[in-house]
Design a protein around this ligand. Structure first.
Ligand code: GDP
Length: 734
């Protein structure tokens, strides 16, 4: 027989662990239609049955407070599966809150009482048979991590799935609510309001709880009955407000907890106090969240993660780089010069290589985060920093994303954006997503270094430090600004919980890491190719008119003619890295200068060049001339490109292979440049549009291209404002 079973439970109850234990490698990850919530499915065979598991998003309730809750509920109502409700035995009262809501709807539920090992360690004893008979549902004690109790759980599930009719549990919510509820129930039954979708008492309950989704649905289906129901609800609300200064939702929640407590008191739960008092987590927390020692250790641990991410990933990143270089070189050798070659080498390989080049970093970062998360330490970080970050409309967990993005100069915003996944509150997550690109990522550093080398070579270290502080300052202030404007609204009522410390398992760590990395490849990879081709085209077309090209060719011949035939032949002999001496060397230098000049002309003639030139009128305010503009447009590909494009625009030929010295010297000598321009360019580079890989990630993570577009425009305007200010003040002071 084929059985569909939904796996539901609070976040952190061990859902993922159980899911992996049950389905092993037979999994499939997708999305629920229309939303960004992840949908995991898997299959397992048991006693001749094929069981399809659907891992519902972790939730604390079944009321439509969040997307996850709506998704979970819709799935259950639509598919009517049997439900395995996984509860954390060491935190039973709180976890059963969700269970009660399943009973209210009337689902056939099997309770998987997980982490009984942890409960035992903490001196908590649970009589599962008693719990089962009181709740009228099978209860299977398990240890998801070791698979203990799995067979019994599956037996119970198969048995339960034979009867999936709904039998809603009736709880008393106190006189006021109960009376109103039966009144609502009568009307709902009489009018057959939303009949066949939900049980009638439950609809009444949701009206009292003011459930967004149900109320909207009700209004659409039958506006008349809807308004009668709302009238009754308004009356109860007013009454409760007057008599108890509270509202129905709170009363209902209280009574649910009351019900749970009553059940637990019936001999289900007992404590071994001595053990419970000083369990290990508390002991560890005394040190790790100590008022003085805590922040210090946190800094060390976060710095450790940062170092781990960026230094250990260095080698694999280099392998990827070398591989793509090799591939580019190979194709370079095989194909004739022309657009096809340029498209493949500069557009496709560089673009795809760019995306895949991030994979090792992302992998390492997610692994590090998985360790912190699975062990429970991440919650401590959030707990300690929450108060500071809240001032700026962010959350304690935002810090990780900032650090990874380059909060300690030299990270990367792509994994930073992905790291915001650990934030559960939506507004804070969005504000974090949008401000992490202000950090000084590794790609901005060469630009800063170039400007410092050209104009401020005396104070290198101090300046780097100042720029790091400035990036944090701007990021936090902008976050505050966004939270007061576009992402307005109170912080989600999200209490930082401190789950007990646990030793992460390797299996769990690897699955977490792989899942997230794969998502990055899938999500970012798809659009990036298209964008990198577009950018390549912008910097390639339109081409120089034929007569211009002929002019350069003519000059090339003039130069070559000046030299002896033998010298020319020497240059044409194969063998790339041969040492040229004397005249051959001179000839090569002159030809290279000419090539560089031609490349510069080409760039100027392209769309990017034209845009750069057209913008000069405006960008003068910040001290940028057309060549800088082109470089900054190129910087949208990746911030490193700013330097190579500046090199081309200033006709320097191959700057990459030379130390930055020559470009720095050129700029320092150029009349269009001075320290005020240098500073302005630094400011602009730090804050303008994130590189497009980051933009794609922002759009994907925020669930809408709107936010990607916002990051590009808002940041560029902000950066331009700040850069202009810097330039104007700087010029006045000089
Ligand atoms: P989810 O958020 O509900 O998916 O929770 P996870 O499956 O990620 O589990 C959270 C943590 O609890 C992980 O570190 C697991 O290794 C750990 N865990 C899960 N089940 C058990 C268990 O039965 N015993 C113990 N000691 N740890 C468990």
């Amino acid at each position: 027989m084929e059985i569909v079973v939904a796996l539901a439970g609070n976040p952190n109850s061990g859902k993922t662990t159980l899911f992996n234990e049950l389905t092993g490698a037979r999994q499939h990850v997708g999305n629920y239609p229309g939303v960004t919530v992840e949908k995991k499915e898997g299959v397992c065979s048991h006693a001749g049955h094929t069981i399809h598991f659907v891992d519902l998003p972790g939730t604390y309730s079944l009321t439509a407070y969040s997307e996850e809750e709506v998704v979970a509920r819709d799935f259950l109502v639509e598919k009517r599966p049997a439900v395995i409700n996984i509860v954390d035995a060491s935190n039973l009262e709180r976890n059963l809150y969700l269970t009660v809501q399943f009973f209210e709807l009337g689902f056939p539920v099997v309770i998987a009482l997980n982490m009984i090992d942890v409960a035992e360690q903490r001196g908590i004893r649970i009589d599962s048979e008693r719990l089962s008979s009181l709740l009228g549902a099978p209860v299977a004690p398990i240890i998801a991590r070791s698979g203990q109790g799995k067979q019994e759980l599956l037996d119970a599930t198969v048995k339960k799935s034979g009867d999936t009719s709904w039998r809603p549990l009736k709880i008393s919510y106190g006189e006021d609510i109960d009376l109103a509820l039966s009144e609502l129930e009568d009307i709902i039954e009489q009018k057959e309001f939303m009949a066949g979708i939900y049980p009638s008492r439950w609809i009444g309950l949701k009206y009292l709880e003011n459930d967004r989704q149900i109320v909207t649905q009700g209004r659409e289906i039958d506006p008349e009955t809807d308004s009668v129901l709302k009238g009754i609800v308004a009356r109860v609300e007013a009454h409760l407000q007057k008599t108890l200064n509270t509202y129905p939702e709170a009363v209902i929640a209280d009574y649910r907890y009351g019900f749970i407590r009553a059940v637990l008191k019936e001999g289900v739960l007992s404590f071994n106090r001595e053990q419970d008092r000083l369990y290990l987590s508390d002991k560890i927390d005394r040190v790790l969240t100590n008022r003085f020692l805590g922040p210090l250790l946190m800094f060390v641990i976060l710095f450790g993660l940062y170092t781990f991410t960026f230094s250990y990933s260095e080698a694999p990143v280099a392998w990827f780089g070398a591989f793509f270089n090799w591939m580019g070189g190979m194709i370079d050798g095989q194909l004739p010069d022309g657009h096809l070659k340029s498209l493949i080498v500069s557009g496709i390989i560089d673009g795809v290589g760019g995306v895949l080049g991030f994979v090792p970093i992302i992998c390492f970062m997610f692994f590090g985060i998985a360790v912190l998360e699975d062990s429970g330490y991440l919650s401590r970080v959030a707990y300690m920093l929450d108060r500071v970050f809240r001032i700026f409309g962010l959350h304690g967990s935002s810090v990780m994303a900032f650090i990874i993005s380059g909060g300690i100069a030299g990270g990367c915003a792509v994994p930073g954006v992905m790291a915001t996944r650990t934030l559960r509150s939506r507004k804070e997550r969005l504000a974090t997503l949008l401000t992490v690109p202000y950090m000084n990522c590794g790609a901005k550093l060469p630009v800063l270094a170039l400007m410092i080398a050209a104009f401020f070579s005396d104070n290198q270290t101090q300046l780097m430090f100042v720029f790091t502080l400035v990036s944090w300052g701007v990021a936090l202030l902008v976050a505050k600004f966004l939270r007061l404007t576009v992402i307005r609204g109170p912080a989600d009522p999200f209490v930082v919980e401190l789950p007990p410390y646990r030793l992460p398992t390797f299996k769990g760590l690897f699955i977490h890491t792989w899942e997230r990395t794969w998502q990055y490849i899938k999500k970012a990879g798809t659009v990036i190719l298209a964008i990198s081709i577009l950018l390549w085209a912008m910097m390639t077309f339109p081409e120089l008119p034929a007569e211009k090209v002929r002019e350069f060719d003519a000059q090339r011949i003039t130069i070559t003619d000046r030299f002896d035939k033998d010298v020319v032949r020497e240059l044409e002999r194969p063998g790339e890295k041969k040492q040229l001496v004397g005249e051959a060397r001179q000839l090569k230098e002159q030809l290279m200068a000419l090539d560089a000049g031609e490349a510069g002309e080409r760039l100027r003639f392209s769309f990017a060049g034209r845009i750069g030139t057209a913008m000069e009128g405006v960008t003068r305010l910040a001290g940028f001339e057309w060549r800088t503009n082109i470089a900054l447009i190129g910087g949208f590909v990746a911030k490193e490109v700013i330097i190579s494009t500046l090199g081309t625009a200033y006709s320097l030929g191959e700057v990459d292979s030379e130390p930055r010295g020559s470009l720095a010297a050129t700029l320092a000598r150029d009349p269009g440049w001075n320290p005020a321009v240098g500073l302005s360019l630094i400011v602009f580079t730090m804050f303008y549009a994130p590189c497009f890989v980051t933009v794609v990630c922002i759009a994907r993570e925020a669930g809408s291209w709107k936010w990607g577009a916002f990051a590009v425009t808002f940041n560029t305007l902000l950066a331009f404002g700040l850069a202009s200010l810097t330039f104007q003040i700087g010029s006045a002071l000089m």
